[in-house]
Design a protein around this ligand. Structure first.
Ligand SMILES: Nc1ncnc2c1ncn2[C@@H]1O[C@H](COP(=O)(O)OP(=O)(O)OP(=O)(O)O)[C@@H](O)[C@H]1O
Length: 338
C-alpha cells in the first residue's frame, strides 16, 4: 500500500524559541485511520498545520499524497480535506447552501456542483435535511455537515481535528460510523486527533502518542494495550512517612512482575504488571514488613487511558477536560448571539 503521509524529522520552532514539534517522523498508509493523541500543548495542532500547509516547518520535510508540503503546497491543498475543531458552517444558511459556498471556494465546475453536493450529503447521511436551515440541526448534524464541507473537492486524505469534541456519546458513535464509512466505501485516508481514548481505540488502525513535540510511540491500539503487560494495578497508601512510602515504592518497582510504576497524583499509583490478578496478593506479600499500609487497591485489564498515562505521565481526562467546557461555552454563545 502506498504512503499517504511521510513525515521526516518534521520540526517547528516558533519565533521566541518554543519548539512545538521536535523532529517527528512517521508514515500513514493509504486507507488508514491514523490517530494522533497527546496532552494540551503537545504539538498536535502545529503538526496538522504543517501537514495541511498552513504553517511552514522550520526543519525536516513531509510528503502528503506524494507531494512536498513546502514546494508543492497548492497541490497538497487540493488533495486534502481539513475539518477544524470549530464549526465552519453558517447557521443562517441551509445545509445545501453551505455546501454550494464551499464548492465555490474550490472552483468546482458549475455543471458538477449539484452532483458533488448530493454525493457528500449521502456520505454523511444528510440528504433529507439538506434544505433546512443549519440552525435547526442537532450538534451531530452540524458536525456531519462540517465534514461534508471538507469532502466537496473529493480529497484523498481527510484531517479531522477533534471531530466529536463536546458531543454526547450516542452522537459520537454516529460520527465514528460515518468516518469509518468514508474509509470503507470511499477508500479515504483519515488523520484524526481526539482526546477521547475510547474513540481512538474503536476508530483508529494505528495511534501515535505525541508529548512535548516528540512522538513517544506508534502502534495499533491492541499492541499498545498489550505492551503494558497483562494488567494494571491501581493502589494508594494510607498516609505513611515519605521515607517509608519511597522505600515501599522502590520495593514494588524492583519486583519482577512489575514493569512500571507511575504516580497518578491524588489517586495514588498505577503499576503495570505481567502476572494478572495474582499481582494483588503478591504486592501485599512483598510489602509485609514495610511500615506502610495500602488503603485501596484494584486490578483491571489495560485500557488506552493506561497507555496514555504510561507514555505521557498524565491522564488524558485531566489534560483535555477543560477544552470541552470551553467549546460548549462557545457554542452556547453562538446561539445566544442570534
Ligand atoms: N503561534 C505560536 N507562537 C508561539 N508558540 C506557539 C504558537 N502556536 C503554538 N505554540 C506553542 O507550541 C506548543 C504546541 O502547541 P500546539 O497547539 O501544537 O499543541 P496541541 O497539542 O495542539 O495542543 P491542544 O491540544 O491544546 O490543541 C505549545 O507550547 C504552544 O504554546
Amino acid at each position: 500500500m502506498g504512503k499517504m503521509i511521510e513525515a521526516e524529522s518534521l520540526t517547528k520552532i516558533f519565533p521566541g524559541g518554543i519548539t512545538a514539534v521536535d523532529g517527528v517522523s512517521f508514515t500513514v498508509a493509504e486507507g488508514e485511520i491514523f490517530g494522533f493523541l497527546g496532552p494540551n500543548g503537545a504539538g498536535k495542532s502545529t503538526t496538522i498545520a504543517m501537514l495541511t500547509t498552513l504553517l511552514r516547518p522550520t526543519g525536516g520535510t513531509a510528503r502528503v499524497a506524494g507531494m512536498d508540503i513546502t514546494r508543492q503546497a497548492y497541490q497538497v491543498r487540493l488533495a486534502i480535506g481539513y475539518v477544524s475543531q470549530d464549526l465552519a458552517v453558517d447557521d443562517a444558511l441551509t445545509g445545501y447552501e453551505n455546501l454550494r459556498l464551499q464548492a465555490g471556494f474550490y472552483r468546482i465546475p458549475r455543471d458538477e456542483v449539484a452532483q458533488r453536493i448530493t454525493a457528500v450529503l449521502e456520505m454523511v447521511g444528510l440528504k433529507e435535511r439538506a434544505q433546512n436551515l443549519v440552525e435547526t440541526y442537532s450538534g451531530g448534524m452540524r458536525k456531519r455537515l462540517d465534514i461534508a464541507c471538507g469532502l466537496i473537492h473529493r480529497p484523498r486524505l481527510l484531517f479531522l481535528d477533534e471531530p466529536t469534541l463536546g458531543l454526547d456519546i450516542q452522537t459520537r458513535r454516529e460520527i465514528w460510523r460515518y468516518i469509518n464509512d468514508l474509509r470503507e466505501k470511499e477508500g479515504m485516508t483519515i488523520f484524526v486527533t481526539t482526546h477521547y481514548m475510547e474513540e481512538a481505540d474503536v476508530l483508529c488502525d494505528r495511534i501515535a502518542i505525541i508529548d512535548q513535540g516528540k512522538i513517544k510511540v506508534i502502534d495499533t491500539p491492541a499492541n499498545l494495550k498489550s505492551s503494558l503487560g497483562s494488567g494494571v494495578v491501581t493502589f494508594k497508601f494510607a498516609g505513611g512517612e515519605p521515607g517509608a512510602v519511597n522505600a515501599a515504592l522502590g520495593r514494588i518497582r524492583g519486583l519482577d512482575f512489575v514493569s512500571n510504576v507511575t504516580s497518578n497524583g491524588e489517586k495514588g499509583y498505577v503499576a503495570t504488571v505481567t502476572n494478572g490478578e495474582a499481582a494483588i496478593p503478591s504486592l501485599f506479600e512483598a510489602l509485609s514488613g514495610f511500615p506502610v499500609k495500602i488503603a485501596a487497591i484494584s486490578f483491571k485489564q489495560p485500557s488506552l487511558d493506561d497507555v496514555f498515562l504510561h507514555y505521557t505521565g498524565r491522564e488524558m481526562r485531566e489534560s483535555g477536560g477543560g477544552r470541552e467546557e470551553a467549546l460548549r461555552a462557545r457554542l452556547i454563545m453562538r446561539r445566544v448571539r442570534r
